[in-house]
Design a protein around this ligand. Structure first.
Ligand code: BEZ
Ligand code: FE
Length: 288
């Protein structure tokens, strides 16, 4: 009879893995179980603590729905989503960042120079840039899917007072690769804290805030899809994003523009007399 001890259980486990096991599965499972066992030994995990952890995962599963995946949020606040994202990033292009749970796949088309702000109160932002490849050549026919919070810090799916598609739009570039739109300045907001992730953040003495940002998904035939987000450089939470999404090249200045300087070529041209902010941000895609 084989006697399993706390020092041999990891090797015994690994010995149970079959000869014909998929090599990648074997690599991942070997590493995962080795780290899990080491973790339990290192912290002298008690029955009570492990029971609490299993209760926590059960709550995470029970609160999860199609609209709210608490496991994804848990992965986000533990830094795993961002770590996986960085491990799989493609050098030479704009950095990627977390997708988050608020993307809507069938957002309406917006013409170049179109407006997302409408009559919502808040600071006007003129945002423009070029979708280009790593050599700087503009990409024609790229789609740029954009979404952000309203000035109340809520995405449309969280807020019964917003239309389903408010602050969601898809632009398609012409031969010059340019995308351009007007919107309202986004605000910092908190990730949901009314479930198990809120308990973890609280127990760890962490706040739930994300710096303000706009989300982008840029796609073009022959290029890797880019999922990213862009942050204003003066946001107070820039250096403490609770989901670790900020990368240096994703931080921009919202440059104040004087009254009377709003340019032509936008839906709002001729309708804006006051000041606004301007952002120039190019999206660089990496070839497949
Ligand atoms: C977001 O940016 O929309 C987001 C990302 C991760 C967790 C929650 C929200
Ligand atoms: Fe977001």
């Amino acid at each position: 009879m084989r006697t399993v001890t706390k020092d041999t259980i990891t090797d015994v486990f690994l010995g149970y893995i079959g000869q014909d096991t998929d090599p990648r599965f074997k690599q991942v499972m070997t590493s995962l179980v080795t780290h899990l066992h080491d973790f339990a030994r290192e912290v002298d995990l008690t029955h009570d603590e492990w029971r609490q952890a299993l209760q926590f995962f059960m709550w995470t599963g029970n609160i999860t729905t199609e609209e709210r995946n608490e496991f994804v949020l848990l992965s986000d606040v533990m830094g795993l989503s961002s770590l996986v994202d960085m491990i799989n990033s493609h050098p030479g292009g704009t950095s990627s960042s977390v997708l988050g749970p608020f993307h809507i796949s069938d957002a309406p088309a917006l013409a170049i120079g179109g407006d997302m702000k409408g009559d919502v109160e808040g600071d006007l932002v003129l945002w423009q840039g070029v979708v280009k490849d790593a050599t700087g050549t503009p990409i024609k026919g790229a789609t740029v899917d954009i979404w952000q919070t309203a000035p109340n810090g809520m995405y449309s799916s969280q807020d019964p007072d917003q239309d389903k598609f408010s602050f969601h739009a898809i632009l398609t570039t012409g031969a010059d690769g340019r995308y351009a739109f007007t919107t309202v300045r986004p605000v910092s907001y908190t990730v949901p804290t009314d479930g198990p992730v809120g308990v973890i953040l609280n127990a760890a003495g962490r706040h739930p805030w994300r710096p303000s940002h706009l989300h982008f998904i840029a796609k073009a035939a022959g290029y890797r899809e880019l999922v990213t987000e862009v942050f204003p450089d003066d946001d107070p939470y820039l250096n403490e994003d609770t989901v670790f999404g900020v990368r240096e090249d994703l931080v921009v200045t919202f440059v104040p523009q004087p009254a009377g300087s709003f340019p032509s070529g936008f839906d709002l041209s001729g309708k804006v007399s006051g000041p606004y902010a301007r952002v120039d941000f190019d999206l660089v895609l990496v070839a497949v």
